[in-house]
Design a binder for this molecule. Structure first.
Ligand code: ATR
Length: 278
């Protein structure tokens, strides 16, 4: 019998995860099927109980349930608990365990892009202080070995709260967007975690790159459009542009590996996503 996998969210219609995961299940000849379930907010508990009743092997969790889902799991991995959000659930002998592969997926994608094994000696600036920034900050602080990780955000108090709540002290400071723009030359890696520039608002950019250092890397977690206005400007100014597709693919690849024990072919996954984005 086919093993069942899924993603839950609301709305879920535009998720590319089913295309990506079914393609790679097929590629590795795993007899499974990955389905997107849209669960209305008042039905979340029932919905998750339903998935468990079906003995689902694993599922992804997307907006707006990454925090809520934690109430219905048997165990939560330490990093996911620190981040305060779960995007991957694994059926481990009938116990449902929550993980967060967003931060690890991002970090692996960035390191592959840079051709490095760590962020040693690199000064990092994160734009934004929401859930995505939290996953990236905590993961990079725990595993990236960066020189420093600063946070720039429209609301300074939120950036301060985020830095203070990070379990690992990375000696980062908090900046306003204007301060970040003026001091941009300090950073080797600039990461946008806000939704500014995401389709359909493709003419928006979270900050000016006027003072970006040549050869620095500008990274956007947005993958629709693939090349945001921010990344276009990065290239124009002689910086490298890292798109959000890698994070999306790698968070899925890490989930796939946890569910099946198989290290998936990431190229197969990325090709499917690229095809659906064009
Ligand atoms: P997510 O969980 O996807 O990270 P979120 O928790 O809503 O989303 O966080 C969104 C982040 O993008 C916040 O840091 C937000 O800034 P504020 O803390 O000031 O609200 C930032 N953001 C969203 N829209 C923005 C905009 N138009 N300009 C600047 N920052 C914006």
């Amino acid at each position: 019998m086919k093993e069942l996998y899924s993603v839950i969210g609301y709305p879920i219609g535009h998720s590319l995860s089913p295309h990506m995961q079914n393609a790679v299940l097929d590629y590795h000849s795993i007899d499974g099927y990955y389905h997107a379930f849209e669960i209305a907010p008042e039905k979340v508990e029932e919905g998750i109980k339903g998935l468990k009743a079906l003995n689902i092997k694993g599922f992804n969790v997307t907006i707006p349930y990454k925090v809520k889902v934690m109430d219905f799991l048997d165990e939560i991995d330490e990093l996911a608990r620190e981040i305060g959000a779960v995007n991957t659930v694994v059926n481990e002998n009938g116990r449902y365990v929550g993980y967060n592969t967003d931060g690890d997926g991002y970090l692996q994608s960035l390191l592959t892009f840079l051709g490095r094994s760590s962020l040693q000696d690199q000064s990092v600036l994160i734009l934004g202080a929401g859930g995505a920034a939290r996953a990236l900050l905590f993961t990079i602080a725990a595993k990236g070995q960066a020189n420093c990780i600063d946070i720039a955000n429209r609301t300074l108090s939120k950036a301060q709260e985020l830095i203070t709540s990070c379990p690992i002290d990375n000696e980062g400071t908090v900046l306003s967007i204007t301060e970040a723009e003026e001091n941009l030359g300090r950073y080797d890696i600039i990461i946008n975690t806000t939704a500014v520039g995401m389709s359909p608002n493709v003419e928006e950019s979270p900050l000016s790159l006027q003072h970006v250092k040549k050869g620095a890397t500008v990274s956007d977690i947005i993958y629709n459009p693939l090349e945001t206005k921010l990344l276009r400007e990065a290239k124009e100014r002689g910086a490298l542009a890292h798109t959000g597709i890698g994070m999306f693919v790698m968070q899925g690849a890490l989930a796939f590996e946890k569910w099946t024990g198989v290290q998936p072919n990431v190229k197969v996954m990325e090709d499917v996503v690229l095809r659906h984005l064009q």
